[in-house]
Ligand binder design. Structure first.
Ligand SMILES: O=P(O)(O)OC[C@H]1O[C@H](O)[C@H](O)[C@@H](O)[C@@H]1O
Length: 289
């Protein structure tokens, strides 16, 4: 563990974690899954939601920012592989850490290599009043490799029925609950879509890379800016599915909305030998006007 001011090992929600105290924000990262558990800019409640009913390791952590890699769901895989890839259920290592002159913290973490997979991954995190997270994938083999991925952020909201997502109007989305049929988005995203009330599992195509989650109940807006991604997944399971889940907690599904910076569905990355791809997200809390 590098000796850096504002960085120490401890526990968060009962899990071994790196605890960060940067200028402008506090954060926690689980070594299990390289999983950002918490990011709370000064003056704000945690921006991320973490389940009150977490399943014990080595299960994937429900909440925070799961790293979905090297495939989204089981895209392009057989039925016998873990959903969303292996990165979120293995122990990661800290490769480097430093404190910038402005007091923000920069960390690089990586999962172990997987036998037979000619891809490597590292995650770069920059923690301060703005959060920046990058997934950097390199093809170490001698043939092109196709992969999919996501930063599967669970944003904490006052009540998922009362928030809106701006930046999607006019886009087209693939609806997983409708056999991936394509539909147009009209206006802001809201949970109570007349066609599919009370749940959302949409892959927005050709997404522009800037979205605002407007939450009157918490009196804040969360701005998400993405790069290296042409898809945004907007997911909330809705009541029926959430209440069947063993790791969400009764009623807790109302307290989050996932906005996932992704390469998924038709947006696959074909990486040439030796080439590198970076998926990036930046998150800021904005006041409401
Ligand atoms: O339960 P998990 O494996 O963590 O997946 C949680 C969710 O991830 C994404 O949002 C997918 O689009 C959903 O279909 C899936 O249910």
């Amino acid at each position: 563990m590098p000796d850096v001011q504002g960085l120490r090992l401890g526990t968060f929600a009962g899990m071994p974690a790196l605890l960060l105290e940067a200028q402008g924000a506090r954060a926690a990262i689980a070594v299990h899954g390289g999983h950002l558990l918490s990011w709370a800019p000064d003056g704000h409640e945690d921006v991320l939601w973490l389940s009150p009913a977490l399943a014990p390791a080595p299960a994937a952590i429900r909440g925070g920012v799961p790293v979905i890699w090297p495939y989204f769901g089981r895209q392009g895989q057989g039925d016998d592989v873990p959903s969303h890839g292996f990165a979120r259920t293995v122990r990661w290592q800290v490769a480097s850490a430093r404190r910038d002159a402005d007091g923000s913290l920069r960390l690089t973490l990586a999962p172990p290599a997987l036998d037979g997979l000619p891809l490597t991954l590292r995650m770069e995190l920059h923690v301060g009043a703005t959060l920046e997270q990058r997934l950097v994938t390199t093809n170490t083999g001698d043939a092109p490799v196709v992969f999919t991925q996501a930063l599967h952020s669970y944003f904490r909201v006052s009540d998922v029925h009362r928030v809106r997502v701006q930046g999607l109007d006019g886009l087209r989305f693939l609806d997983k609950n409708d056999g991936y049929a394509e539909h147009p988005q009209r206006g802001d995203w809201q949970l109570d879509d007349a066609r599919d009330p009370g749940r959302s599992d949409y892959i927005y195509r050709d997404a522009p890379g800037r979205y605002v989650l407007d939450d009157a109940g918490l009196d804040r807006r969360i701005e998400l800016v993405t790069g290296g991604s042409r898809s945004l997944v907007v997911w909330n399971p809705g009541e029926a599915s959430a209440e069947r889940s063993s790791d969400m907690g009764h009623g807790a599904w109302r307290g989050f909305l996932c906005l996932e910076a992704a390469n998924a569905g038709p947006d696959r990355i074909a990486l040439a030998p030796g080439a590198t791809h970076t998926l990036m997200q930046q998150v800021r809390v904005l006041p409401r006007d």
